[in-house]
Design a binder for this molecule. Structure first.
Ligand SMILES: [Zn+2]
Length: 376
């Protein structure tokens, strides 16, 4: 395991490749922002807006997937107030056992601000069954739900004949998942190739019991369907110089977004601004840490280092303290929900731990073999 020389990005992130100087692509991208002609880039954005407006067939000229979180809240306001478009918001709602009250309140906050919003609820029993399957197949419960989440927006765009989809961050440029890279920095039509969607293949969801007609909400439109609908997916993050968790969090909190009060050691979040609508994504970040040697704190500090708001030394301290941590109560509630014991939970997680990166201590707890910022 090697770290980027500037930030704390490890080369274990799926799809990443450092350059010959040992620098990760997001660091290079952030450096390049200083020489961007932002007026030119705004013109590029205006062209896309013009295209969206001129292809408006239904009254809505664009569509945005929202979770009521910091990123989507900021995007929605930007599209309505700055770009003067008429967006339809799509929200894929979690089942009652999963969604937090904060998630419900934040979604209501968007509606109060005057947005039209459609909420989709895939059948909860199947949702739970597929989460169980995802957890035991790839030790990532969100593999099935992310299919539904990412599919909901282009599906509704096609159904409502809405030409333009705004998405937030370009994972290729801003995180380093190079599979997503489109024909330019704002092109999101390759979103299906991102690591979490893996080509948007849904066939693994099927079984004798679960036929295709039961998983329609999980099927991402085919490339042909997207082409026929002339759909354009555009990353808005590409047009903002100040896209970061903290900037988006500040913007959205000032517009009524409720944020978390838990300690970073419970949720791997220093500002309380991530995954506001449910608890188990934080738990998944703990699993990600055991698989790849980095969790959500690493992603957060990397942005701060690149923005010159944090030193690499201080970031190492924070990562050592909090990365990969998760409060026991979230593991408990997840096990209760998918109806498994904690012994079974750990049996599955233990199988996925990268033993090149972690070893057990005398209490049987996984501890890193690597040194943060140095590697192994
Ligand atoms: Zn870097």
């Amino acid at each position: 395991m090697k770290y980027c020389k500037k930030c704390l990005q490890p080369n274990t992130r799926p799809g990443i490749k450092f350059d010959k100087d040992g620098i990760c692509p997001p660091c290079r991208y952030f450096e390049s922002l200083n020489s961007v002609d932002w007026d030119e880039r705004r013109k590029e954005l205006d062209e896309i807006v013009k295209w969206g407006k001129s292809h408006n067939k239904s009254g809505y000229d664009c569509i945005i997937g929202v979770s009521g979180g910091k990123d989507s809240t900021r995007q929605a306001f930007f599209v309505k107030d700055v770009l003067k478009m008429n967006p339809l918001l799509i929200s894929l709602s979690y089942p009652p056992e999963q969604i937090t009250q904060m998630g419900v309140d934040n979604a209501s906050n968007m509606i109060k601000h005057g947005f039209d919003c459609i909420t989709i609820n895939p059948a909860p029993q199947l949702w739970k069954k597929l989460m169980h399957k995802s957890f035991f197949q790839v030790t990532n419960w969100a593999k099935s739900t992310e299919l539904a989440l990412f599919s909901s927006v282009p599906k509704l765009a096609i159904a409502y004949q809405i030409p333009l989809i705004w998405w937030g961050e370009n994972a290729a440029l801003q995180l380093g998942d190079l599979n997503v890279m489109g024909k330019n920095g704002s092109d999101g039509n390759n979103l299906r190739k991102q690591n979490t969607l893996n080509g948007a293949d849904y066939r693994w969801l099927l079984s004798d019991e679960v036929k295709k007609n039961k998983v329609l909400q999980y099927i991402y439109p085919s490339e042909k369907e997207m082409e026929n609908a002339d759909l354009k997916i555009t990353f808005l993050g590409y047009f903002w110089k100040d896209w970061s968790a903290i900037d988006n969090g500040n913007f959205s909190a000032l517009r009524g977004l409720e944020i978390r009060k838990e300690h970073p050691k419970d949720i791997q979040d220093l500002m309380g601004i991530s995954s506001l609508d449910e608890e188990w994504v934080s738990m998944n970040q703990m699993i990600k840490y055991l698989k790849f040697g980095f969790g959500r704190i690493t992603d957060y500090v990397n942005e701060e280092i690149r923005n010159y708001r944090m030193t690499r030394e201080y970031a190492i301290e924070l990562v050592e303290k909090f990365d990969g941590k998760c409060a026991e109560k979230y593991i408990d509630s997840f096990c209760d929900y998918i109806e498994i014991s904690k012994v079974d939970f750990w049996k599955q997680v233990d199988k996925s731990v990268d033993q090149n990166l972690f070893k057990r201590d005398s209490f049987g707890k996984w501890v890193p073999k690597f040194k943060v910022g140095v590697g192994i």
